[in-house]
Design a protein around this ligand. Structure first.
Ligand code: GDG
Length: 505
């Protein structure tokens, strides 16, 4: 297909979830709302312009043979482009979603191999459900359409489509990290997964490290199978020859709708609410953590570092307040329920040891907040405390900076978040496994001179503004169609191979 045709072609997005949120009303009815994430914001105009389609699971279980009365409401919530639902039953949810996706690929790709449960029935279901998604794509895609598959739940969709003789140009973006060979190789289905990825024409990762890991796995696992792989290691985009096809492998750090976040932070309601938040913690600096309930997010380690900070520096008692929001997630999986207990125990322990009548060190919230409240928190808090053990990118870090319109905030960021590859110069980097070092990062953030804070925050915001989520979508799509390698968008924020000097000590 030539470039002109691709540019005119429709686009089909395939993701595990459709861009809708289901809400239960007071009278027990389910309402459908448009999803609010960055991906939806960025993709909606592209889909509208190109008469596109979004294919995914609407988020509720549907047993076979039951009519789905919610589909019209879903289409209304996503007006402007077509949506096609892929329905899952409870077995599929258990084996494909909670099983293969969240008890194998999620822990494996984040390096938590001890949490992987390699059950063959999970693999069978993963294959079946990926085929189900592929069938829906097949029914809805014409030859010139560009098919863009998202994330680890759907790695096999492209290969299934090829089996169905679909010759469309297809791309895949992985939203989580890709692990190094010594981790990936443990997966009993390593061959099948890699071979399936190579059926796409373009594969995108957040970071150069993930791209290198992927190429390392291809070299080791696929080359053993005598497949011709020609690889350039260090470019933002590399090409790999496989079965007479060329697969492009690129680095595209995802981002947020910067303008939307920063304008929202100027809102008068947000201003009032952020004043109230500050008033509730008089005379203190506020540290903010916002994380989904997940063992990759390093929440217990972060609490231990805060405890260490308070133990080491009694003079800061009553001068610092830590707000930790934990957003409920995947609670049906045992590892997540255990994590919640661990977090609550640590919060209780810290407050038990240090609190006074007038000062509560940790304010813990376990719920979803409305967007206004979240943005008010971002605006009000002095230090963004984001220290995952491993994270593909981490959008919260970007949102915190975008909403820091006074440019007086400091970002403490884990070395192991993808975002560190872009922000290593201006955030305070911390190794979340190093409790003492992270405690010292809090100390450094607390004492940073105003001028330095301004400069660093300005730089961070500038970077996010220049490479926002629209840049991300365009870079991926342009790279998918670009013929000339020298025209590839460049990612200029290389993470140094050597440990950086900018650590929390
Ligand atoms: C995966 C990868 C990668 C959080 N609490 C509330 C709320 N949120 C929103 C945040 C942010 C999103 O959730 C979380 O995004 P992250 O990027 O931080 O993390 P994951 O959910 O793990 O996302 C990650 C991402 O995919 C994109 O590729 O960056 O590495 O793991 O947008 O704002 N939103 C509202 N209320 C809350 O209480 N409204």
């Amino acid at each position: 297909m030539d470039e002109k045709n691709i540019q005119k072609s429709r686009i089909i997005i395939v993701s595990n979830r459709l861009p809708v949120i289901l809400k239960l009303t007071e009278d027990g009815k389910t309402e459908v709302e448009k999803g609010a994430g960055g991906l939806v914001t960025a993709m909606a105009p592209v889909l509208k312009n190109r008469n596109g389609t979004w294919i995914g699971w609407p988020g509720y279980v549907q047993e076979a043979g039951v009519d789905d009365y919610m589909l019209p409401a879903i289409q209304t919530a996503t007006s402007g482009y077509r949506v096609k639902s892929v329905m899952l039953n409870s077995d599929e949810l258990k084996n494909y979603y909670e099983g293969f996706s969240n008890s194998i690929l999620w822990p494996l790709f984040h390096g938590f191999t001890d949490k992987c449960i390699f059950l063959p029935e999970y693999w069978t279901s993963y294959q079946d459900v990926n085929k189900k998604f592929a069938l829906t794509v097949c029914k809805n895609a014409d030859d010139p359409d560009f098919i863009w598959v998202h994330d680890y739940q759907l790695i096999l969709v492209g290969a299934q489509l090829r089996k169905m003789h679909k010759r469309n140009r297809m791309g895949f973006f992985l939203h989580i990290p890709f692990p190094p060979i010594d981790t990936f190789i443990r997966c009993p289905w390593r061959f099948e997964l890699l071979l399936a990825m190579l059926e796409y024409d373009i594969i995108g990762f957040h970071t150069i490290l993930s791209k290198r890991n992927f190429i390392g796995c291809i070299k080791k696992i696929i080359q053993d199978a005598r497949i011709d792989a020609k690889i350039a290691f260090d470019e933002t985009v590399s090409e790999l020859k496989f079965k007479n096809r060329v697969v492009r492998i690129g680095v595209f750090p995802i981002s947020i709708d910067y303008n939307e976040f920063s304008l929202h932070a100027w809102d008068s309601d947000v201003y009032k609410r952020s004043k109230e938040i500050r008033k509730n913690a008089p005379g203190t600096k506020i540290l903010l953590g916002v994380d989904r309930l997940d063992y990759t997010k390093g929440i217990p380690e972060k609490l231990k570092a805060f405890k260490q900070f308070l133990t080491r520096f009694p003079k800061f008692h009553k001068k610092i307040h830590f707000i930790q929001l934990v957003v409920p997630s995947r609670r049906e999986i045992t590892a997540y329920a255990d994590l919640k207990l661990k977090i609550e125990q640590l919060v209780g322990e810290i407050n038990g040891i240090f609190s006074t009548n007038a000062w509560l060190p940790v304010q813990y919230m376990f719920r979803n907040l409305g967007r206004n409240e979240l943005i008010s928190l971002y605006r009000a808090c002095d230090i963004g405390f984001i220290t995952p053990l491993k994270d593909g990118m981490n959008l919260v870090a970007k949102e915190y900076c975008a909403c820091n319109i006074d440019e007086k905030g400091v970002l403490i960021l884990s070395e192991f978040a993808g975002a560190a590859q872009q922000f290593y110069q201006d955030a305070i980097l911390a190794n979340p496994h190093d409790i003492e070092g992270t405690a010292m990062a809090i100390h450094r953030a607390f004492n940073m001179p105003l001028e330095e804070k301004n400069q660093r925050m300005r730089n961070l915001r500038e970077k996010i503004k220049n490479k926002d989520v629209f840049w991300w979508v365009n870079s991926f799509l342009n790279t998918a169609i670009e013929k000339n390698l020298s025209n590839f968008p460049q990612v200029d924020e290389y993470f140094p191979d050597e440990p950086t000097a900018n650590l929390g000590r």
